[in-house]
Write a protein that binds this ligand. Structure first.
Ligand code: EPZ
Length: 419
């Protein structure tokens, strides 16, 4: 397993181009299943999760090919509507094939994803919505078996805002008979991006980006050709990196409005963050002010930025409170940051951070995607050397992060095949 070795304390300078959004690419790969023919997806990031998803599409019988950041998917040959455990356990977003397979083929067998490091992450709301649309759902030996002669439009009221739940049901509703209304729908920009592409395919969706989405079902859809949006979480991660003392970088490609809550909180901490014609410019500060955050569904502060923001608060001039409301176990970076000298105490879903003047480099262990990103950020800020082990976690969501950081002047290298 690779590790990343970081010599900390060096200011970041220059510009970094953000890759395509992982959390847009995955549902859009699933959307290709809705139409026979070849869809083309552009600006696709080269990530492990994308490679796993294309492997799943091939398992279903689709043909895929990758040329750089362009992925071709021909879903004409899909002949096995089944997502096996060995693929789903690698990437829970595989559950996104459930809605499209059921809508187009009238049946689907998808492994339950099981829990993951950050929480139980059930899919009960996905299944409840499909049942409301007339699907017959049964659970057998860890698999969801779903069948429907033809899904029918329904009014679905989500008990809680679910990002991929909204996406799964929006895709299923495109080929249902009649109108579907999703109430308390997720408002993330990736949901809006998916709706844009489904409408390009011939779907009739309105309201995406608000918490009420309406879908008029249609009989068939056409393949799409689309360049996907930039990754706002990768962009936010680099914005935090640019907060380090003496740094001055421009993060290119991401729309500032997709990071409104993050930019606002960084500004409150005294960091100079401003949208420019070239991208979002951030200039570091010697010592950030303490700022409290509470994670929430979009447009609230994103849970996927919680670990990264915590690193900044570890270096603040006072005490801050971070409350994680979306997932029940998303503080696993805390114990690793404590090993680097951070003063953090966890009380249930909240963490109290007492800012320090410095962090000290150490060997630390990545546990999940965003926690590992926060450990890299901590290594950039810390004195001496930090080694982040098990960086396969990071490779799931960040495209060659050590190359991008190296171009910003960081002393970062990847060491292959260590413990
Ligand atoms: C998506 O996960 C993202 N993944 C996550 O990004 C992100 O952290 C999360 O949304 C929140 O924004 C993708 O888009 C591929 P949810 P998702 O359904 O859809 C509960 C990353 O780092 N819930 O919005 O799985 C759930 O347990 C990843 O890129 C149910 O109870 O998240 C959680 O507490 C991590 N029942 C809350 O809702 C359900 O049926 C929000 O989960 C569905 C969800």
């Amino acid at each position: 397993m690779d590790k990343i070795v970081i010599e900390g304390g060096k200011p970041l300078k220059g510009e970094v181009q953000v890759s395509g959004a992982k959390n847009a690419a995955l549902p859009i790969l699933a959307a290709a299943l809705l139409a026979p023919g070849e869809s083309i997806m552009r600006n696709v990031p080269d990530l492990q999760d994308v490679r796993t998803f294309t492997a799943l599409l091939r398992f279903l019988g689709a043909r895929t090919s990758v040329e750089g950041s362009v992925v071709h998917i021909d879903a004409s040959t899909v002949n096995r509507p089944e997502a096996p455990y060995e693929l789903v356990k690698q990437m829970r977003a595989s559950v996104l094939v459930l809605g499209p397979l059921l809508a187009r083929f009238g049946k689907a067998k998808v492994s339950l994803p099981g829990g993951c490091a950050i929480g139980a992450r059930p899919i009960n709301l996905h299944l409840k919505g499909l049942e409301a649309m007339g699907a017959r759902i049964s659970l057998e030996r860890g698999y969801v078996i779903a069948e429907a002669d033809r899904l029918k439009g329904a009014e679905i009221n989500f008990d809680i805002s679910t990002h991929t739940g909204t996406e799964n049901l929006m895709m299923a509703a495109t080929l249902a008979k009649g109108r579907t209304v999703l109430i308390n729908a997720a408002r993330e920009p990736e949901v809006e991006e998916l709706a844009r592409i489904l409408n390009k395919m011939g779907a009739r969706i309105s309201g995406a980006g608000t918490n009420i989405i309406e879908i008029e079902g249609t009989d068939d859809l056409e393949p799409f050709d689309h360049a996907i949006m930039a990754d706002r979480i990768e962009a936010g991660t680099f914005l935090v990196a640019g907060c380090l003392p003496g740094s001055d970088i421009i993060v290119k490609g991401c729309l500032p409005e997709h990071l409104g809550s993050v930019i606002s909180k960084l500004g409150q901490s005294g960091v100079d963050v401003e949208p420019t014609a070239r991208g979002i410019r951030v200039r570091g500060t010697e010592r950030p002010e303490p700022v409290d955050i509470t994670t929430a569904p979009y447009p609230g502060f994103p849970t996927d930025m919680q670990a990264q923001f915590m690193v900044l608060m570890c270096l603040s001039s006072g005490q801050s409170l971070i409350t994680e409301t979306v997932f029940e176990n998303r503080f696993m970076h805390v114990s690793e940051l404590q090993r680097m000298g951070a003063d953090i105490s966890v009380r249930g879903r909240s963490a109290i951070i007492r800012g320090q003047e410095r962090l000290c480099g150490a060997q630390v262990m990545a546990t999940d995607l965003r926690a590992s990103a926060s450990l890299v950020l901590a290594g950039l800020a810390a004195e001496n050397t930090t080694e982040v082990l098990r960086v396969y976690h990071i490779d799931r969501g960040y495209e060659r992060i050590e190359e991008k950081l190296g171009k910003l002047g960081c002393r970062v290298k990847r060491v292959a095949g260590s413990a």
